[in-house]
Design a protein around this ligand. Structure first.
Ligand SMILES: CC(C)(COP(=O)(O)OP(=O)(O)OC[C@H]1O[C@@H](n2cnc3c(N)ncnc32)[C@H](O)[C@@H]1OP(=O)(O)O)[C@@H](O)C(=O)NCCC(=O)NCCS
Length: 500
């Protein structure tokens, strides 16, 4: 391929509807979607509908964001083809080996590895912000004992917002955080304080959701332990003295936290930025991030991977399961990634860690099943031709399982460190010198054109309608059955029968 060096790289396109030619500047190997909007044609000349808005400019259709850059970021770089993940330029493998979670968190948030004094101030501040208001503990107690911990955590972050009215732009003015972009120190102080609070309290909230499930009283944050050491204390401490977590488990959790701290504009981070663009408070932002993370295609995958391994049972059942995957009857959870079409570098970093943990916790049948499955997947033409390799969730699930965490706690173990990534992106968004524009995508409207209201007496059921075109009949519990046989009086004293 001949390479031309251009001072002003650009793309020349011809609109065959009009014969017009446009030159679109290329910056960082991208064109601006708003430049494409300049490409206009006369409406109604190419079988287009009024709803296509042809004369308002060409649109970019990108369902599921397959090729759309929505931010300019300096935080994390991923190269999916080559299996690269770097935080602020540092390869993840180096950070896992040499750094620790809070140091990497500082790096993600502020752009550089901290000096010794910056690090000690940062860790002191975070560990100082680990306590939660006792009324938030009461909120946890209002949940059913068997509630999913992610439901509790998502609610807890939103609730925390109610305890920080001074950090709420709806109450304090919508520029509360964005003023920081122009160097307003007060605004920056409020912004950074919420970051300390959220990172500090995340393990406390996560542990509260866990202790609720166990029916155990909540522990209060401990002094003098590391971030993950304190987290293990909050989760596990009973009534003994001088609790110290096992160093291998503490270190493994810390490394897993580094690996999970950020991953560019993934589903939950995109959610965080979408919600953040409305200038809502950071607690609501993080709560929205949790909601996105909870889904089985995202942070729920490590839990689903273990459920799948439990279903497979033992290594001899692996070939049968793989046959179903190759017939596309099943998905191999913990394999494949939207961005990594090569090895997921996080899974490489985690594999060694897994061995260290298994040496302490012992191996189990599930692990043998997992390793057999990985072996079969490596040799499968179906998997190789689609570039499907084990992702981070495959190994993290195995480590969590070996460490004895319940399955539904896995997404929580992902959400706690991911708060750092969410907040680093949120901070970058608030500090954008060009201000924060609300994220408002468009759609391609394919529905009915304009039509006139039809009176109820003149409406007829559509003979072509399918099961999707009206509500289906839903099932009701036994109490509805009994209620249907009962009679009630309404507010006017008249007798009515429930209609269900
Ligand atoms: C992560 C994931 C959602 C990415 O999806 P995606 O980038 O949209 O990839 P696609 O759905 O386009 O998949 C491409 C092909 O690989 C297949 N495929 C993708 N992931 C697969 C998996 N885990 N098992 C079996 N087949 C898979 C698809 O069926 C598709 O096959 P086709 O081309 O014959 O139709 C997907 O790989 C997946 O569901 N993985 C399992 C869940 C998981 O581990 N998620 C955690 C991610 S960190």
């Amino acid at each position: 391929m001949a390479i031309r060096k251009l001072a002003h790289p650009s793309l020349t396109v011809t609109d065959n509807r009009t014969g017009n030619t446009y030159e679109l500047p290329i910056t960082h190997n991208s064109v601006l979607a708003t430049d494409i909007k300049k490409i206009k044609a006369q409406a109604g000349t190419n079988n287009d509908r009024p709803e296509d808005e042809t004369d308002q400019g060409l649109r970019v259709y990108d369902p599921a964001y397959m090729n759309t850059a929505v931010v300019q970021s300096r935080i994390t770089y991923i190269n999916g083809q080559e299996g690269i993940l770097r935080y602020r330029g540092y390869p993840i493998e180096q950070l896992v080996k040499k750094s620790n979670f809070l140091e990497s968190a500082y790096l993600l948030m502020y752009g550089e590895l901290p000096t010794t004094s910056q690090y000690s101030q940062w860790t002191d501040e975070i560990m100082h912000h680990t306590y939660i208001h006792s009324d938030i503990e009461a909120m946890f107690k209002s949940f059913r004992y068997d509630s999913h911990p992610m439901s509790m955590l998502t609610s807890a972050f939103a609730t925390m917002g109610a305890f920080a009215p001074e950090a709420n732009p709806s109450l304090q003015g919508q520029k509360l955080f964005t003023n920081a972009a122009s160097g307003d120190l007060e605004s920056l102080k409020i912004l950074d304080k919420q970051i300390l609070r959220i990172i500090g309290k995340a393990p406390t909230l996560a542990a509260a959701s866990y202790r609720m499930r166990q029916g155990r009283p909540f522990n209060r944050p401990a002094q003098g332990l590391s971030y993950t050491g304190n987290f293990l204390y909050l989760l596990d401490n009973l009534s003994g003295y001088e609790y110290r977590p096992h160093p291998v488990l503490e270190k493994a959790l810390d490394a897993l936290f580094i690996i999970h701290a950020d991953h560019e504009v993934n589903c939950s981070t995109a959610t965080v930025l979408q919600v953040g663009s409305s200038l809502v408070d950071p607690y609501s932002v993080v709560s929205a991030g949790c909601a996105a993370l909870y889904g089985p295609s995202h942070g729920g995958a490590s839990e689903s991977a273990i459920r799948m391994l439990m279903e497979i049972g033992s290594p001899e059942n692996v070939p049968g399961f793989m046959a179903k995957v190759e017939k596309r009857e099943r998905v191999l959870v913990g394999f494949g990634h939207r961005v990594y079409k090569n090895v997921d570098p996080r899974s490489t970093a985690i594999r060694e860690l897994a061995e260290e943990v298994f040496a302490v916790t012992g191996r189990n049948k599930l692990l043998d099943t997992a390793l057999t499955l990985a072996q079969y997947a490596r040799e499968s033409e179906f998997m190789r031709s689609r570039n499907l390799y084990p992702n981070v969730d495959f190994y993290s699930g195995l480590i969590y399982q070996a460490m004895g965490f319940p399955l539904d706690f896995y997404p929580v173990l992902f959400a706690v460190p991911r708060c750092v990534g969410w907040l680093a992106h949120w901070r970058q968004q608030m500090l954008n010198p060009s201000g924060v524009k609300i994220w408002r995508p468009r759609q391609l409207y394919l529905g009915e054109g304009e039509r006139q209201y039809v009176e109820a007496s003149e409406r007829q059921a559509n003979a072509d309608s399918t099961v999707f075109d009206a509500p289906v009949e839903v099932s009701h519990g036994g109490d509805s059955k009994r209620n249907n046989l009962a009679t009630y009086k309404d507010e006017r004293g008249e007798i009515f029968k429930p209609r269900l």
